[in-house]
Design a binder for this molecule. Structure first.
Ligand SMILES: Nc1ncnc2c1ncn2[C@@H]1O[C@H](COP(=O)(O)OP(=O)(O)OP(=O)(O)O)[C@@H](O)[C@H]1O
Length: 322
């Protein structure tokens, strides 16, 4: 079979079991609530980024998803079955951050050796081509860059032709080029209908390569949707201006707070900072109804959404966003 074959990965029929179903998942390590009530359903064919800062609970969730750790409470189903059965049947593969490669073997030998452990596996040439490393089949693993080794792990994960691939921070420590090549190979494979879930703390990877972002913090899901939807959860722009002699209880502040679209407002010395869905209206008010100077309007990006929703860094605005 060649890498151009497109008949083998049909999208699952309507009514197929979810690729991943997590219900009320909890896991604690002593006093640390690593996973604190996760409910998540991922449908066949979705490419989902599991995004969160260090210690958010991504790896713990993935370990339970792969049957490597037991939940304290809750239920895990993968392709409608227990994860250990899905793995035994070759229907789910994992790509972890490191380990598992023998440095003296070549890339091709590594794939052939691993394929010999499976009752039925795709061909070496096919998985090397899919992972974008056919040209380095004869290179010894120890001579491969971090990015090439990670694409080799991806090739190994493709051997049983799984319906679902789970990757735990697959590009940690890679340079920009290595990351780009890795994601190009993964995304091309995903186009064929495979379900992919990857953990990352790189916002740009989630934004660029996932159809859906599940943002977690302190073991809980704090946002779930497309990159645009996640951004819109912290919607609006920031308008700031200097108002000399400003006091937080001044009538000007009350009038600003009452403007349509204002989501929150903060006074810092003589500067007022507003988050609003109508930045033009606020700027117009400031310039025509008050003595404001230095009016600035800034857009909020995914980075802001991430920080605001995970609450791990102080944002410029007040008010709860999650
Ligand atoms: N085996 C363990 N023993 C004790 N605490 C643990 C253990 N594994 C994880 N934790 C704690 O559970 C929390 C969640 O960790 P986890 O590794 O799941 O987060 P993560 O989102 O994958 O983080 P990272 O991006 O740093 O890998 C952290 O506070 C971590 O210190």
């Amino acid at each position: 079979m060649t890498s151009t074959d497109t008949t083998r990965q049909p999208r699952p029929a309507a009514g197929a079991a979810p690729a991943i179903e997590l219900r009320g998942l909890h896991k604690a390590f002593g006093p640390v609530r690593a996973v604190d009530g996760i409910d998540l359903v991922i449908q066949p064919g979705e490419v989902v980024a599991f995004l969160g800062p260090n210690g958010a609970g991504k790896t713990t969730t993935i370990d339970m998803l792969l049957g490597l750790a037991q939940a304290d409470a809750g239920d895990v189903r993968v392709l409608g079955m227990d994860p250990t059965r899905a793995i035994a049947e070759g229907r789910i593969s994992a790509v972890m951050q490191s380990g598992g490669l023998l440095k003296d073997l070549t890339v091709g030998e590594t794939v052939e050796l691993t394929a010999s452990f499976f009752a039925s596996a795709r061909s070496t040439s096919e998985v090397l081509a899919r992972a974008g490393i056919a040209d380095i089949a004869d290179r010894r693993v120890e001579k491969c860059s971090g990015g090439q080794q990670q694409r080799l792990r991806f090739a190994l994960a493709l051997l049983p032709d799984p319906e679902l691939i789970v990757l735990d921070e697959p590009t940690t420590g890679m340079d920009v080029e290595g990351r780009r090549d890795f994601w190009t190979a993964l995304r091309a494979d995903a186009e064929r209908g495979r379900t992919i879930m990857f953990a990352t703390h790189y916002l740009e990877e989630a934004d660029a390569y996932a159809d859906r972002i599940v943002l977690i913090s302190h073991g809980r899901i704090v946002a779930d949707g497309s990159a645009a939807q996640v951004k819109s959860l912290t919607a609006g722009r920031i308008v700031s201006a200097t108002l000399p002699g400003l006091l937080a209880d001044a009538p000007e502040v009350a009038a600003l707070r009452a403007l349509p679209g204002v989501l929150d407002l903060e006074v810092r010395r003589d500067r007022v900072i507003l988050r609003t869905s109508d930045s033009d209206g606020v700027a117009r008010h400031l310039l025509t109804q008050t003595a404001a100077t230095d009016v600035e309007i800034t857009a909020r990006g995914l980075e802001d959404a991430f920080l605001a929703l995970t609450g791990d860094t102080q944002t410029d605005t007040t008010g709860s966003l999650s």
